[in-house]
Design a protein around this ligand. Structure first.
Ligand code: 4AD
Ligand code: MG
Length: 450
């Protein structure tokens, strides 16, 4: 009988291990090393060549004493390299690798359409061109660093919530209807019925509060956004959580502040190399100390007063107003974050709990990050009769929401939660002009490929 030999020693050929061993002294000048990667760039110097190899998190220099290096290797060849350490203080790693032999194990069938190792050329390309060629442009060190930061935000979100006692769950993505209002949902043919792609895990995370009390989920959310803006995708990654036994929606903002602190610190330490590449050498995210909060109505008033403009829309914040508020609190409080609370009831979904002190407003909030909404959250109605009453007040037929109301019918604790858009967070933290840059394979009104 054959068995899987899962524990045989493996050759990693990992440059990170070589770097570690060089730093701790177990590898020295002249020692043999084996590494692997992609050929990023070749500089042919005549009787020798610099071969820049790309590994998952960096590029590093190898020296190859051979003629016609550029004939033997080309960019994007996948190689196994055997060589020796050539200690050199000028090298960012403290050493180069002197190549003894190269084995090519893969490579392009055709010359690449773009010079992905040339940052200057890459910067001058149109976003559309970069996105059309995403499979290869993602390999550019700066562009892939953006995606690594997205990994860091998801990692921080998960890690933080786990430490806070939350349980991760997976809601369905194909549903019969939506909780956020149906207009912008994608319809799919589901055998002989109609189904939709979920526009939010809202209903499911509320239901899971009744199971685990504190829950979160990370996954795609679909919105039929028909407009092309620099901050909307038709499919984005939702980071959603919901928690029971809250005393007020203030609990949610406190949790979210600590969550952002955690994520910023994680990025500043474990993702420092990526921040260097995207923001510039040595740039880090600010230490979050005090995060301001302001009521929606006061924010409107403040904007009108300071800008001298009239309040045109009393129930919603325009993008310019969000931008202005972000700038104001950055200057006045040194905070990239500001919570805008108590949104008007008419602009919030049926599940939002109204403020008992002034039911025209809700116990809900948006969080702005550098002037862009990245979160909507708030307390939900948990009482069955109260939820049915609010539906009726909105001329909704509770019978149509029987499915949604089951959890209320059988009882829920007071609860609330919030949802963040991953790409918007990455966009703002990395100062990207367009949200599409923060998605590996963005989907918008006009884009379904690659
Ligand atoms: O504000 P939204 O629509 O709120 C909800 O979905 C609620 N169920 C959340 C809750 O728990 N109350 O979406 C949440 C976040 C937004 O703040 C934004 O960051 C992001 O999702 N978002 C989008 N990101 C990219 N493209 C879009 N079209 C987005 N729509 C929302
Ligand atoms: Mg919102």
């Amino acid at each position: 009988m054959d068995f899987v030999q899962y524990d045989r020693p493996r050759q990693t050929r990992d440059i990170e291990i070589v770097i570690q061993q060089f730093a701790d002294g177990s590898l020295k000048d002249g020692d043999e090393v084996k590494i692997r990667g992609a050929v990023h760039r070749i500089k042919d110097m005549g009787d020798f060549a610099f071969v820049i190899i790309r590994s998952p998190r960096r590029t590093f220099q190898c020296i190859w004493e051979t003629e016609d290096a550029a004939q033997k290797l080309s960019p994007e060849d996948w190689v196994l390299v055997d060589g020796t350490i050539a200690a050199d203080e000028r090298s960012p790693l403290g050493f180069d690798i002197r190549i003894s032999s190269v084995e090519k194990v893969g490579g392009p069938a055709e010359k690449l359409p773009l010079e992905i190792s040339n940052d200057r050329k890459m910067k001058n390309l149109q976003l559309e061109t970069l996105l059309d060629n995403r499979v290869v442009t993602l390999r550019n060190p700066r562009i892939r660093a953006i995606m690594r930061v997205a990994d860091g935000v998801m990692y921080g979100f998960r890690q933080f919530l786990r430490e806070e006692g939350f349980t991760e769950f997976v809601p369905p993505k194909m549903v019969m209807g939506g909780a956020e209002g149906g207009a912008d949902m994608f319809m799919v043919k589901y055998f002989d019925q109609r189904a939709y792609l979920n526009q939010s895990p809202q209903q499911y995370k509320q239901a899971m509060v009744g199971v685990f009390e504190k829950v979160f989920t990370v996954g795609p959310v679909f919105r039929g956004e028909n407009s092309n803006t620099p901050r909307h995708l038709t499919e984005f990654q939702g980071l959603d959580l919901e928690m029971g036994f809250i005393e007020s929606f203030q609990d949610l903002m406190e949790l979210e502040t600590r969550m952002f602190q955690y994520i910023f610190r994680l990025l500043n330490t474990e993702y420092a190399a990526e921040l260097d590449l995207v923001l510039g050498a040595g740039r880090r995210l600010p230490e979050l100390d005090k995060v301001p909060q302001i009521k929606f109505a006061d924010a409107k008033e403040l904007y009108a007063q300071k800008s001298g403009k009239k309040i045109t829309d009393p129930v919603d914040l325009a993008p310019e107003e969000e931008k202005w508020l972000g700038q104001y609190f950055l200057e006045e409080a040194g905070s990239p974050l500001v919570f805008v609370t108590h949104y008007p009831s008419v602009k919030r979904p049926f599940y939002a709990m109204d403020d008992p002190e002034n039911p025209r407003y809700t116990l809900s909030y948006d969080l702005l990050l550098y002037g862009l909404e990245v979160t909507t959250g708030g307390q939900r109605i948990h009482d069955y009769d109260q939820q049915v009453a609010k539906m009726k007040k909105r001329h909704m037929n509770p019978a149509d929401f029987e499915n949604y109301l089951t959890m209320h019918k059988y009882g829920l604790p007071p609860h609330g939660g919030f949802g963040l858009g991953l790409e918007r967070i990455v966009q703002k933290l990395l100062e990207l002009d367009n949200i599409r840059e923060a998605s590996a394979f963005p989907r918008d009104r006009n884009r379904l490929v690659p």
